[in-house]
Design a protein around this ligand. Sequence first.
Ligand SMILES: [Zn+2]
Length: 112
Amino acid sequence: MSWRRPDYLVNRHGQTVRFHCDYPRTDALERFMKLTKRVLTEDDYCIVFTGGTRFRVDDETITTPARFIYQALMGEKLSEAVYLIRTCKTPRCCRLSHQSPRKWLHLEGNSS
Ligand SMILES: [Zn+2]
């Protein structure tokens, strides 16, 4: 009798994910950069993520491209009360300088 690992696991977000054994994998930032392209605008350029609206950072983290690159380059974790607003007009642009963090007012504690 041999023991076999389950094919699917439930991660800490309650999502069912395929089991991964450890293997050398490409760094998330490197994978991300391969899916971006530079788009020239009138006086500047934008960086557009071509891999869709979600980015899988690791087995347990799936986030939006803009949030991922913001957190990767700024080295800080965005709290759930913060969202990013895009300051340019290019759809799916995730260039750091075109993101502006804002707070969800309803997620900050009511202090009246
Ligand atoms: Zn932009």
